[in-house]
Design a protein around this ligand. Sequence first.
Ligand code: AR6
Length: 169
Amino acid sequence: MLGITLGDITKIEADAIVNAANTSLLGGGGVDGAIHRAAGPKLLTECRMLNGCKTGQAKITKGYWLPAQYVIHTPGPVWNGGKKGEEHLLKSCYENCLKLAVDYGCRTVAFPSISTGIYRFPLDKASAIAVETILEFMELHPDMDVQMVCFDRETFQYYQNALETAKGK
Ligand code: AR6
């Protein structure tokens, strides 16, 4: 099932939560900062050993003090007008996170709205890509339980609309 919720992803008791990281994987602002604060300093220690991550790819760590067992870190694309492969890269983020989740036996996975904060990806496009990619993946893995955890009402509304639209197709 794909659910859309309003809340703080650091509080979610999923097998894995996703971090909208940067390519250094060494922390930052936004949801990345919140996840590192809530997980505690050992998360950064483990991240230092990963040698970064390319945009659109994903790497996994333990969750430490988080209620989630794992954190899947993915650097989303910075929005630069849409002609630099941003949409394809954002789709890759969702796909690669879900593949990694399956490889690690995770059934419940929570995503934040990747790239729509500091990276400025337009919410209408990002929400449609996220919802369509997750639904496509779940056709092959129907037992998975995925939620989009939105931090504000505007984001929540966009993802709800995207889910309604996708269901109507
Ligand atoms: N729970 C859920 N969503 C959150 C939370 C939270 N606790 N905090 C913020 N969000 P952003 P990006 C939402 O900027 O655009 C970092 O510095 C936020 O409201 O966190 O992918 C990284 O290190 C927005 O809807 O990520 C990178 O340098 C969404 O999460 C850069 O920011 C994503 O916003 C990545 O930028």
